[in-house]
Each structure stands twice: as C-alpha cells, then as structure tokens.
Ligand binder design. Structure first.
Ligand code: SF4
Ligand code: SF4
Length: 96
C-alpha cells in the first residue's frame, strides 16, 4: 500500500466516507491535483496550488471555483464534480 504524507490544517474536518457530501477536508486536493488543477497549475503531482484554506468556515475550498467569475463558476463546479459527493478513496490517518 502506498503512503503519502500531506499537511492539512488541524481544524480541517476529517474526511468523510466516499460518496458522502464533500465537507472540504482538503485531503484529495492536498494529495494530488485533479484534471482541472493540472491544467491550471501545470503540475501533475503534489498538492494542488489552487487549494485554499478558509479560516472562517474552517474548511478548504477550491480556489479555481472561488476565483472564477460568477458566470463561469457553475461550469467549474460541474467540472470538478462538486455536487457528486466525496469521490476520493484515500484513507486518512493522522494525529487527533
Ligand atoms: S472530495 Fe476531497 S475535499 Fe471533499 S470530502 Fe472528499 S477528500 Fe475531502
Ligand atoms: S478541485 Fe480545485 S483545489 Fe482541488 S485539485 Fe481540483 S483544482 Fe485543485
């Protein structure tokens, strides 16, 4: 089994089960960029540069969504599958 170490804010929510609503835990985007992240940041591996911590909401957001002009936002949300729930099978393990 491959292990990847990623750094996440201690206040970030824990990753939910695959298929559950995305809670902004940030794990998937901290592990590797999605196709949109690759396109935007031209990086194939490592933490997506678009991943943004929201201190007020205590969760991560996709910067590609939050920085997109309003007319484009729905398209970006659809592209990253935001409404489809957590699509990450990564298993989170870390200090509690
Ligand atoms: S989709 Fe990513 S950010 Fe959302 S809950 Fe799953 S692992 Fe966390
Ligand atoms: S959803 Fe956004 S922050 Fe996450 S990997 Fe894709 S582009 Fe990056």
């Amino acid at each position: 089994m491959e292990t990847t170490v990623v750094w996440l804010q201690p206040a970030a929510p824990r990753k939910p089960a695959e298929g559950a609503p995305c809670n902004g835990c940030g794990l998937c985007c901290a592990a590797e960029p999605c196709p949109l992240g690759i396109l935007l940041t031209r990086r194939l591996r490592g933490r997506c540069a678009a991943l943004t911590w929201d201190e007020a909401a205590m969760r991560y957001h996709c910067g590609a969504v939050t920085r997109s002009p309003a007319p484009l936002r729905r398209l970006v949300l659809r592209w990253i599958g935001a409404a489809q729930g957590c699509d990450s099978s990564l298993a989170a393990d870390g200090p509690d």
